[in-house]
Design a protein around this ligand. Sequence first.
Ligand code: MRU
Length: 336
Amino acid sequence: MKKIEAVKFEDDKIILINQTKLPLNEEYIVTDDYERIALAIERLEVRGAPAIGVTAAYALALSIKNQNENVEEKFLKAYERLKITRPTAVNLFFGLDAIKNEFEKYKNDSQLYLKLIDAAKRLHEEDIDMCEKIALNGLSIFNRKMRVLTHCNTGALATGGSGTALNVIRHAFFSGFIKHVHVDETRPLLQGSRLTAWELDKLCIPFSINTDSTAAVLMKEKKVDLVITGADRIAVNGDTANKIGTYNLAVLARHHNIPFYIAAPSSTIDGNCPNGDEIKIELRSKDELVKIGECRFTSDAYDAYCPAFDVTPAELITGIITERGVFRKPYKFENV
Ligand code: MRU
């Protein structure tokens, strides 16, 4: 099977698989223009917190490619532009700040561009490494063959490596611990039914798609043993922002006495954010709610509320799987 790579850097250009076209079309965006990359992040052509962080890091480095004049001014302009692409995933800011620090260190160096690209590549490598460690640490939560429910997409498409929650599922499957994966379709942009399904299909892992609102019935019918999702930002107290609908799942899991886990790299933990109330939640365009693709199915005149994420309180989370181990309540991430 061809390895899925959401983000690649080749011949001084970034290559992104256009995730808005999947699974029906496999199209790539090949560019060295940071503005095009900023648009790709805003349009969710590249998405998922770790993938956004890695992509933004390359984009910022590329902003000074072949620039000889007013380099600092151009760099800072690109930094500000990329910073406003999406507000919730802390990995975006983590990636941009890593490149900005490198810029400050080497701004008078004739090899500045190469230094920045090297820093972005290191970040990418670290992400690949973290994905593998998260998956290995995640194996400890399985003690038998289980039916797992997941939300949104947290696989190779969402990271620089092989994924977070979906990579835990992948490793668990190949270790004999997964019977079936229930895939929440993930309204409104269908990251579950389009992207997670595409990845599971390629991996030959048994799965079925369900509407988000079917999760309660699946749990009541005792078809779910475990829930695992990813995260866009984790506060110091463990409150976790993730794709809209995750909070619903955590409440349902508590009601049905089902373990609810988050899997994420430590770059998703925001040491400056004490609790979930401080997490900025992205509001998306109403168009995403009233249309599927180009097909409008309700009146444009209706008002709509479209937060892209919600916050699951720490008390509903059984454990947070990171590359440093599985954290449990009370969450204390000071040293992460
Ligand atoms: O809006 P998206 O598709 O970028 O949202 C993605 C999620 O919510 C993921 O669960 C999260 O970023 C973790 S990806 C490893």
